[in-house]
Design a protein around this ligand. Sequence first.
Ligand code: ADP
Length: 438
Amino acid sequence: MIGFLRKVGRSIFFKLVLVFIATAIIMAMAVGGIVRHVADDRPYRGLIGKNMAQYSMFLIDEIGNPPKYEIAQKLTDEFRVAIRITSPGMNWSSTPPPPRRIPAEFTHINGFPNVKGARDRGRLFIEVDKADANYSFVFGRIGNQNGPFDGGIVLLIVLVVGVVLTLSYLTVRWLFKPLEWLTGGMQNMGRGDLDTTIPIRKYDELGELAAAFNDMSAKIRDQIKAKQQLLLDVSHELRSPLTRTKLAAEFIPDDKIKHQITADLDEMEWMTNQILESERLASERGGLILEDIDLSKLVADLVTTYEGSSPGVEMTVGESVRALLDSERVRALLRNLIDNALKYSGGQERPVKVGLHAGPDRVLITVEDYGEGIPEDDLPLIFEPFYRVDKSRHRGTGGYGLGLSLCRKIMQAHGGSIDVESRVGDGTKFLLRFPMQR
Ligand code: ADP
């Protein structure tokens, strides 16, 4: 509830609706006030009172002396006036009768010493004191006639207000639609979908904003694609000279120098291959070779290859799960994560834990270590190519920051996702979610 209120409080959309409702109420009050002022009938009140007094006298004459009640009832039926006649021995009321409750503010009517009048919500009360009887007349709404505040009218007002509010709500929503599209577009881009464009409604400021967003995303897309292409071209072009240099290195007589140069060349080759591999994975079908494999066996086999490593690797759950995956790629991905986990465990005693959990529509693999952890600010960036938390690359931790970017590409090619949870000093947990494709 509190969360919902906070969300509402933060929403421009709801604030606008509130402003709308407040404006409607203030406008209604203002218009009501003006109408009342303009329709002020005070100057005519005396006049109306006088006429009604005369009219009442006329009705009393009609009723006769002594009063003929059947004539009085006829007058009630014909002129919609409720009548009560009270005399010492008699108390008669018409049907419908005048209301029992009589408004307090009775005033005398000029020129008619024995007549008093009062108004109440559209009705006029006249009382005439005669020597032998007392007459009460009520003009206006009598009996069960509909008045201005009856159920039907109230329902109608509620209905009209409801319709107006609903229409304004829908209009405001419609006006704000581009903001929803914009948010969606930004989230898509944040997830790495650079081909995101959002619909444009040309005729307002939000439309301009959407156009600016599309423009910006197109430019970013072009720039990133150009960079990727450059990286790819360089990697491609490096392959032949690398092979040639490796061949030439074989002829170096000094073994130590030969060994050093060959090691460096191998590293360069590994890097170019990683870059080319990640590009292959990003292509239309990801270049995957899918087979129905026993994932639990794959993980278990892999874990056994780490026997004797420090602080060690252990598998937590051993349930059997079959899935359609590229086993080579999945193995490379897990090896990458486990290598990292060991590398960044930094003298920890507790071993790296690899977990496997099968759900109804996906498989979750976790790789968890209790090592140094990753600072919060770095977390969103570690899957970017060449991103390393410790910028100074040293032999100790090796790496070019290509491993995790490749892991993400492998997961994406499988239609899955990779996420990370980490706290500096506590450790890091990678979560791999594979969709179940049988
Ligand atoms: P590298 O080859 O540098 O390890 P990766 O792409 O595999 O490159 O990882 C990127 C960065 O993420 C690493 O430089 C490291 O700082 C951080 N990182 C990855 N895995 C872990 C982990 N398990 N614990 C702590 N930091 C990690």
